[in-house]
Ligand binder design. Structure first.
Ligand code: GUN
Length: 292
């Protein structure tokens, strides 16, 4: 039976350290501030955004919640970002993705001042990350590196297989994992929808990372015995036995995977709490940079 990697525990540990840094800044009258912009009312996005706000307040940080209607124009969103770029109360700007189709996502991301890009999505941040320069690392990949570190799982020399090539997870995480850094030195394979024989690839993984956004697509027979399994998926599947009408499942068939893996992250309570924690981490880092 696999050991469960408890993301809530790791997150709580990191947040304790962040709380100390925030309290230190508060003494000098600085309150790290995060602006979260949510366009439209996608229920999953709404619940992430609420969780982000609560976590900010718990740590003694300032959070500004900006919710705009689905039909918000690209130009008015650009104007808002410009205002937030200038705003001295704001250290980090997060525009919740995905955006409605009539808004060009890349145009919005490049409008964010790189010094406030706590998502790490700006091309400047991505470029610096690839060059292994100091920057804001994207939150989910960074959180996964922290989960591995906390669990004393070193990627060095391991075969890591990532299923999913998104800008938010697969692409940046693959890069971080082969960097010549303590968190890297792995041999990395990325699989995607055009991969010919997915199972053949995943069976070679010492560390398997599922980030495709497809409910329970990684079944037990796709996992090498004693592999470490990291499940990034958060999928809502209908479940009439639940009061809210759905349950959350990952990209991994959890029960089957537990029989094969040495370590596994659950959904919820695995990667999710880490993403928010690394967002807070980046916001505190930004505020500290403003102070120094
Ligand atoms: N949508 C899903 N994950 C994320 C994230 O980490 N940041 C933003 N801005 N949008 C997301």
């Amino acid at each position: 039976m696999a050991i469960i990697i408890d993301g809530k525990e790791v997150a709580a540990n990191l947040r304790e350290n962040l709380a100390i840094r925030v309290a230190e800044m508060n003494k000098s009258g600085v309150i790290p501030g995060l602006a979260v912009v949510l366009i439209g009312d996608d229920p999953a996005s709404r619940s992430y955004v609420s969780a982000k706000e609560k976590s900010c307040h718990d740590l003694g940080m300032y959070s500004r919640d900006i919710r705009l209607p689905e039909d918000t124009s690209e130009s008015s969103l650009l104007k808002l970002i410009d205002e937030l770029n200038q705003d001295r109360e704001i250290d980090g700007i997060l525009v919740q993705l995905p955006l409605p189709n009539h808004i060009n996502e890349q145009k919005i991301i490049v409008a964010i001042d790189p010094s406030k890009d706590v998502d790490g999505f700006h091309p400047m941040s991505v470029g610096k990350m690839i060059l292994e320069q100091d920057t804001f690392l994207p939150c989910t990949p960074h959180g996964i590196l922290k989960l591995l570190e906390y669990s004393h799982i070193s990627p060095k020399g391991k075969n890591v297989v990532i299923v999913g090539r998104s800008n938010i997870v697969g692409k940046p995480l693959s890069n971080l994992l082969f960097q010549k850094q303590a968190w890297g030195n792995a041999t990395v394979t990325i699989c995607h929808t055009a991969t010919q024989n997915l199972k053949e690839e995943t069976l070679r993984a010492d560390i398997l990372i599922a980030a495709a956004g497809r409910p329970e697509m990684i079944t037990g027979d796709m996992i090498k015995p004693e592999a470490v399994v990291i499940d990034v998926g958060v999928n809502r599947v209908e479940d009439s036995s639940k009061k809210r009408g759905y349950r959350l499942v990952g990209d991994v068939a959890f029960n089957e995977a537990c029989e094969k893996a040495s370590y596994i992250t659950p959904v919820p309570g695995g990667v999710g709490p880490m993403t928010i924690t690394m967002l807070l981490f980046n916001t505190v880092k930004s505020a500290e940079a403003r102070l120094s």
